[in-house]
Design a protein around this ligand. Structure first.
Ligand SMILES: [Zn+2]
Ligand SMILES: [Zn+2]
Length: 349
């Protein structure tokens, strides 16, 4: 039996924190559930999942549908697309059987690359390698989520760049239905002996997935800013996520001067730091650009926005002394500190 290898290369950068990340998790579960109901897919489809943030890893090596167990997706700081492509090419070499005089290899692999941001690493070499050695023997479909993905970079990889960005919150479940329907159709066609017809994008627009044209605009950056902090009592990390507030009449102003409204605060696991890139954030926004400071998700302290002289954020419950959970320094917070007017480091999305 020739296998149909499907790779999911998933952006799990910090801008995905919260609902998008939860939806992505559910989307993977529902794709597998739906595909398992298709006899042809059950026989041919094999799945692998690669996750990328600042760091990259194969979270599920290639397995058949029945053995596939949806992984708990990580979250990290950064968007190492170049490294993710390198990992993908390595996995294709390892996992996809080539046709030789002695064996029929696997069908052409299909890759769904899903991202919501701009790469934070160098992508040139990986893209060049992809185009030279893989583009002709794999079908890569790049899927952008939200308006900030770098379609220029994705267009260098593949003509098939689609966007899921009407912002209804249903995006990823539509994506899941579309992926499972097109993969099932592909495996059925292969099953009845047709030559590989390839994944068709023609039905994508029926489910609200639009093909990104060459002429589409450059990415809008700085839609999301995130900060990480730690609870001063429990030392556990959290992530604050803010979204740019659209300001009419302020076109052309740098988003770095704009206002960001609080979306939410999310508790993090320590693995967040393992999936983040080494380089700390370079950009910064001033705290007076931020609207809304939530309480600590771990201990309930009134603010998550108290700054130590080490440059890191912690939670704080009012004036007094406390130990910084990052550097162990003793910090005194007076009246009004933890409030407005200081610059803070900013994650890289
Ligand atoms: Zn706390
Ligand atoms: Zn500190």
């Amino acid at each position: 039996m020739r296998r149909l290898p499907i790779f999911f290369v998933l952006d799990v950068s910090e801008s995905m924190a919260g609902e998008p990340h939860a939806q992505l998790q559910r989307a993977m579960e529902s794709i597998v559930e739906q595909l398992r109901q298709d006899p042809s897919a059950l026989e041919t489809v094999h799945i692998s999942v690669i996750a990328f943030a600042g760091q990259v890893g194969t979270v599920v090596p290639m397995v058949d549908l029945m053995s596939f167990y949806p992984p708990r997706l990580p979250l990290g700081g950064g968007t190492a697309l170049g490294e993710a492509l390198d990992e993908l090419m390595t996995r294709i070499e390892v996992d996809v059987k080539k046709t030789t005089p002695n064996q029929r290899g696997d069908w052409e692999p299909v890759i769904y690359l899903l991202t919501d941001g701009r790469p934070t690493d160098r992508t040139d070499a990986a893209i060049k390698r992809w185009r030279q050695h893989y583009a002709s023997r794999a079908h890569l479909i790049a899927v952008t989520l939200g308006g900030a993905a770098d379609t220029q970079v994705l267009k260098q990889l593949t003509d098939d760049v689609v966007s899921l960005d009407n912002g209804t919150g249903e995006d990823l479940s539509r994506f899941a239905r579309w992926v499972s329907a097109s993969v099932a159709a592909q495996s059925q066609a292969l099953d009845v002996g047709k030559n590989a017809p390839g994944i068709s994008l023609s039905k994508a627009s029926d489910v609200g997935i639009s093909l990104v044209k060459d002429s589409d605009a450059a990415p809008i950056d700085d839609q999301v800013v995130v900060f990480t902090g730690r609870c001063h009592r429990h030392k556990k990390p959290y992530l604050l996520k803010y979204n740019a507030v659209p300001m009419p009449g302020n076109f052309g102003a740098s988003a770095a001067q704009g206002i960001y409204g609080l979306e939410g605060v999310y508790p993090l696991g320590e693995e967040y730091f393992e999936w983040s890139s080494e380089s700390s954030s370079k950009a910064s926004v001033s705290s007076d650009q931020l609207e809304g400071v939530p309480p600590c998700p771990h201990c309930g302290a009134v603010t998550t926005f108290a700054l130590c002289s080490c440059g890191k954020l912690m939670c704080c419950n009012g004036p007094g002394q406390q130990t910084c959970p990052w550097c162990d320094a003793n910090v005194a917070f007076g009246q009004g500190s933890g409030g407005a007017g200081f610059d803070v480091g900013r994650g890289q999305g």
